[in-house]
Design a protein around this ligand. Structure first.
Ligand SMILES: C[S@@+](CC[C@H](N)C(=O)[O-])C[C@H]1O[C@@H](n2cnc3c(N)ncnc32)[C@H](O)[C@@H]1O
Ligand code: SF4
Length: 387
């Protein structure tokens, strides 16, 4: 069986730019979105020429805010993927949506266009927190959008952000329990990260925004794990929880398992085995041009939208695998790991943070909060260059 192939489409437009967000985003107002859509379609066609025909396992329309796309634009994109590559039977077709009334009003049309899974950026169920996060919706609007999404789509996920300034574990417990009761089959719960270059980073530097300290952060993590576990959600990835295996994000599993994906749209990343480069096929990282107008121009002149393309050597591939693989509850096959990485992991096994079960290395329940730190340590221990 061939390696699953995902397609990531980055739609970089947002109604409002949130002060914590460092994704490649641009104000939607006044933008003509037809040229970027045409460029994305042309970029996809050029990928097809270079890759050959490979059936697609998952399509993810992310952003930015792809729920601002016209349903006919979504339908055109999905028709193009089908015509160029073909979709596996039961392929995942997912879209990120903001939970505003205006977007919820288009859910039925987006489902008719072919979207079967929606990921709703609820973020919080507290009006004050939503205002601090700079969101353009309140909690009641978000609740109503989840209900409409459950009516329209086969599968619904909600995104939440915790470890917000001033958030107590007790308040988070209540809010998360309420979020779970909304009935989505999947919850992504992300700890707020203060990203360089964002308005939140400047506010932290000025001392007007203070994220919780490490102790409160750990307590909030514990609440997240226990509320979701008790509600029957399995933490199949550090921040991602699914009621059943069918509720999991198949597209994100492509990333986390180190499989292949095409990235189209301004700023999209991809990972593909392209060849021949210097005579052999090589796993390659691609990144498309960031600015929408520059992306359109690059596709027009170069065929593809990427401006950065890097052949990943064995060490870079192994590092990426560790950084995502150790976040998965399923862990990684022990026999695929380099002895230098294994030495680090076995040292942490002696401390009860890592375990090997059925030939797979994974974080223990106690170790999961430290998955990123342990993975960085194991990745840094790999020899350079790696044979
Ligand atoms: C790229 S955003 C797109 C989703 C959609 N536009 C929205 O805002 O609802 C995907 C998710 O990343 C998460 N996210 C973005 N920036 C974050 C940050 N600084 N810290 C934690 N989570 C963040 C949010 O939960 C968000 O829903
Ligand atoms: S969080 Fe979502 S809506 Fe806000 S700027 Fe980022 S992508 Fe846009």
């Amino acid at each position: 069986m061939s390696v699953p192939l995902g397609v990531y489409v980055h739609w970089p437009f947002c109604a409002r730019i949130c002060p914590y967000c460092d994704f490649n985003v641009h104000r939607a107002r006044g933008q003509d979105t037809e040229p970027p859509l045409e460029a994305i379609l042309a970029d996809l066609a050029e990928h097809r020429t270079r890759l050959g025909r490979r059936q697609v396992h998952s399509v993810f329309l992310g952003g930015g805010t792809p729920s601002l796309m016209q349903p006919r634009q979504v339908a055109r994109l999905l028709e193009a993927v089908q015509a160029l590559f073909g979709l596996e039977a039961g392929a995942e077709i997912a879209l990120e949506a903001n939970p505003t009334d205006a977007e919820a009003g288009r859910f039925a049309a987006l489902a008719a266009a072919g979207v079967e899974r929606v990921s709703l950026g609820v973020q919080a169920l507290d009006d004050e927190a939503l205002s601090t996060l700079g969101r353009n919706h309140g909690a009641a609007e978000a609740r109503a959008a989840v209900a409409r999404a459950l009516d329209a789509f086969a599968r619904v996920s909600i995104d939440l952000i915790y470890a917000r300034p001033g958030q107590s574990p007790r308040a988070w417990q209540g809010e998360l329990s309420e979020a779970v009761a909304l009935g989505a089959g999947h919850v992504s719960a992300y700890q707020l990260t203060i990203e360089p270059g964002t308005a939140f980073e400047r506010a932290v530097r000025r001392g007007v925004l203070t994220p919780p300290d490490a102790e409160v952060g750990a307590a909030l993590w514990d609440v997240t794990q226990s509320v979701l576990e008790q509600a029957g959600y399995d933490a199949y990835e550090t921040s991602n929880h699914a009621r059943t295996p069918a509720d999991r994000s198949r597209h994100n599993l492509v990333y986390w398992r180190g499989q292949d994906w095409i990235g189209v749209g301004p700023g999209a990343h991809g990972r593909l085995v392209l060849g021949p480069v210097d005579g052999g096929a090589v796993r390659t990282a691609t990144r498309a041009v960031l600015r929408p107008d520059a992306y359109v121009e690059t596709v027009r002149t170069a065929g593809v939208g990427w401006d950065t393309i890097e052949a990943l050597d064995a060490r870079a591939c192994a590092q990426e695998r560790l950084l995502t693989g150790l976040r998965l509850a399923e862990g990684m096959p022990r026999d695929t790991l380099h002895p230098c990485a294994l030495a680090v992991l076995d040292r942490h096994a002696a401390e009860g943070l890592v375990e090997t079960v059925d030939g797979r290395v994974r974080m223990t329940r106690a170790g999961r909060i430290l998955a990123d730190r342990v993975a960085f340590e194991a990745a840094a221990a790999l020899p350079d260059p790696m044979p």
